[in-house]
Design a protein around this ligand. Sequence first.
Ligand code: KG4
Ligand code: ZN
Length: 328
Amino acid sequence: MKKILAIETSCDETACAIINEDLAIETSVVTSQIDVHARFGGVIPEVASRMHVEQISTIIKEGLKGHSMDEITAVAYTIGPGLIGSLHIGAAAAKSLAFFFNKPLIGVHHLKGHIFVNELVDNLEYPLLALVVSGGHTELVYLKDDQSFKILGTTLDDAIGEAYDKVARIIGLEYPGGPKIDKLAKEGKAHYSLPTPKVEGYDFSFSGLKNACLQLTNRLNRQNEAVVDADLAYAFQEVALHHLLDKTLKVLKDYPVRHVLIAGGVAANSRLRELMSEHITEQKLTLPPLKYCTDNAVMIGVAAFKELKSGNFVAFDAASSSSLAIDK
Ligand code: KG4
Ligand code: ZN
C-alpha cells in the first residue's frame, strides 16, 4: 500500500498528514496560528514563519504517530503559492525527511490541493470547473483533465476571503472574519444596498464592495445612526457571493463542463454552498467536506498522489515560490 507523508505550511496553519493510495486518511494534524494573528487583525508573515519553526517538529511527530518512515512511499510538501517564509519551513522539513530516509520528494501546488481534496467525497469528472475561493485566491479554474489547468477568471484586486476578513474588521469582528460574517449574516435582512461589482469577462473585483461597506459605516457614524451589523454582513455577503455565482454561471454558458466544484477556505461558507446547490443543476456539483476547506495537509497528500502517478518529483534544490502559477 503506497502512503504519502504530506506537509502544509503555506500560510498560518502548520499541518501534517499520512494519506494512502485509497485516499484514506491515516493521520491528520493541523495547528492554527489564528489566536496569535487575531491580535494583529491579520496574518503577519514574519510571525507566521517563526511559529512554523516552533511547531513543525511537533506536528510531524504527531503526524507520524503509530507509523514509521519505512511505510512512507514519498514525502510531499506545499511548494507554492503562499507566504515565502512559511513555505520555506515546510520545504526544509520535507527535504530533510526525504534526504535522511531516502524518499522521493513531491512539491504540491497549494490550489491543486484545495481542488483535489474533493476526491475524498466524489469521483471527479472532466471537463471540470473549480471555483477556488480562499484568503489569497479567487479563481475560476478549468480542467480538461487532471493535468491541464486554465485560469479563466481571477480577482483584479482583493481575494474574496480577504474581503470577508476586511469587512469583518469594519464590523469589529476578529480575524478570520469569514466564518463570523457567515454566522452573523443569518440574522440579517435586506436593509442596506451595496453596489454590485462590474467587471468584464470571468474576472472578479471585491475592493469596491469592501470600500462601500466602509463608506456606509462612516456615513452612518457621522449621522449618529447605529450600523446594524447583521444587516451589513448580510448585504456584503449577498453581493459578494452573487458575484461569484454569476461569473461561475457565465463560464457554464460558454464552456462544456460536466462537473463543478468549490475549493478553499471560503468554500466552507454556508450561503455559498446553498447558492451553488440551488443554481448548479445541470452539472455534477461537489462541495468539499467542511473540515478540509481551510488549509490542511490531507489536501496536499491527495494532490501528491496525482504527481506520484505521473512521476512528477522535485529535486532537493527545488525553489518554493510565493506566486507559483497553476497553469504553467
Ligand atoms: O484556504 P484558506 O484556509 O487559506 C488560504 O489559502 O488563503 O482560507 C482562509 C480564508 C479566510 O479569509 C477566512 O476568513 C475564509 O477563508 N473563510 C470563510 C469561511 N471560513 C473560512 N469565509 C467565509 N465563510 C466561511 N464560513
Ligand atoms: Zn489555502
